[in-house]
Design a protein around this ligand. Structure first.
Ligand code: NAD
Ligand code: IPM
Ligand code: MN
Length: 356
């Protein structure tokens, strides 16, 4: 039976990069025995313009029912003055929460051809292969109370709450430990257990689960600020980095530059086995380059590859897509963020040609 992939192109460069992933799916359907039906819906600012809401209820329901969702990016200056809960980004948080995709896998891999595209020296990044496991449906992004209060006399107070339960910590740590089996076995958990109670609980629960069920995992703990420094100093010391929602957001953007460009980093958000996954580049809508065909579509295409692997049962085709991206880079095809002059479409063409 056909599998269903829901495309949510979103805003800015989102539609530009998602169009290239759509062409990859079409090519895999036509030539490589994939059987995926694509649907599309409005999301983010595009949905606000059409309906007033960043995501319609029907779209949330569809995302919960299909096999996988591929998102582009949301947000931009046009919607920056929307009430907070009606911003494009709020739609994305609602979607992640509704899909219960609590574990966000963000691989930061340096493709061989890009070892000189990083701002760090070649020996620091060549062969780099870090996997962030970021908690995605809890923490300060969702904690209550939250809001902006008027205290009178012109004084206001902005409130967000960092909160984690043992269940939330253990289920994402389990994902990291399971993935460690197929890698070097090393997991570094990053938190601020020195100043935050939620960070201390995080550290304690992660260690407890390791001791109870994963004795072979080589677990270490690192304060998140030090982790940021160590990532830039000697990134190859890391294999899996397990961390919360906010630290994971920040540390994975930093790691993106180790691989050459933010436009290269894909992600997979997964939940309980058998439930649909949410696949998205880690970059945003890039308003500074949107509409000019300059965006790098590789993060979107590699996110699609993660979808093929984790939700669509076609790890073989995921390997093929990743190899085609790597080959295109080997052959010198580069968008502007990587120092080249290929357009989004030309980069997509180069990947399609190398799919075979
Ligand atoms: P951004 O990731 O959109 O852009 C940061 C920089 O990286 C920009 O210079 C941009 O041109 C460049 N860049 C990003 N992706 C690129 C690509 N594929 N190819 C080439 N260059 C690329 O971050 P920002 O500017 O801080 O945020 C812009 C908007 O995007 C905001 O509204 C933000 O909330 C939103 N955002 C959305 C997501 C998402 O939808 N998942 C992620 C991050 C930011
Ligand atoms: C990301 C983005 C999102 C986040 C925003 C747009 C909600 O920065 O996916 O990295 O902070 O999680
Ligand atoms: Mn981010």
């Amino acid at each position: 039976m056909s599998k269903v992939l829901l495309l949510l192109p979103g805003d800015g460069i989102g539609p530009e990069v998602t169009a290239e992933s759509r062409r990859v799916v079409e090519a895999l359907n036509a030539r490589h025995g994939l059987d995926v039906v694509m649907e599309e819906a409005l999301f983010g600012g595009a949905a606000i313009d059409a309906t007033g809401d960043p995501i319609e209820e029907a779209t949330v329901a569809r995302a919960q029912a299909v096999d996988a969702v591929l998102m582009g990016a949301v947000g931009g200056p046009k919607w920056a003055n929307q009430p907070f809960d009606k911003r494009p980004e709020a739609g994305l948080l609602e979607l992640r929460s509704a899909m219960q995709v609590f574990a966000n896998l963000r691989p930061a891999m340096c493709f061989p051809a890009l070892a000189d595209a990083s701002t760090l020296k070649r020996e620091h990044v060549e062969g780099l292969n870090i996997l962030f496991v970021r908690e995605l449906t809890g923490g300060v992004y969702f904690g209550e109370p939250r809001g902006i209060e008027d205290l009178g006399g012109g004084e206001r107070r902005g409130v967000n709450t960092q909160v984690y339960t043992t269940t939330e910590i253990r289920r994402v740590a389990r994902v990291a430990f399971d993935l460690a089996k197929g890698r070097t076995g090393k997991v570094c958990s990053a938190e601020k257990s020195n100043v935050m109670e939620s960070g201390l609980l995080w550290k304690q629960e992660v260690q407890k689960l390791r001791d109870e069920e994963y004795p072979h995992v080589d677990l270490s703990h690192m304060l998140a600020d030090n982790t940021a420094m160590q990532l830039v100093k000697w990134p190859k010391q890391f294999d899996i980095i397990l961390t919360d929602n906010l630290f994971g957001d920040i540390l994975s953007d930093a790691a993106a530059m180790l691989t050459g460009s933010l436009g290269m980093l894909p992600s997979a958000a997964i939940g309980e086995a058998g439930k649909p996954g949410l696949y998205e580049p880690i970059h945003g809508s890039a308003p500074d380059i949107a509409g000019h065909g300059l965006a790098n579509p590789c993060a979107s295409i590699l996110s699609l590859a993660m979808g093929l692997r984790y939700s669509l049962g076609r790890a073989d085709l995921a390997d093929k897509v990743e190899a085609a991206v790597s080959k295109a880079l080997d052959d010198g095809v580069r968008t502007r963020d990587l120092g080249g002059n290929a357009t989004t479409r030309e980069m997509g063409d180069a990947v399609l040609e190398r799919l075979g």
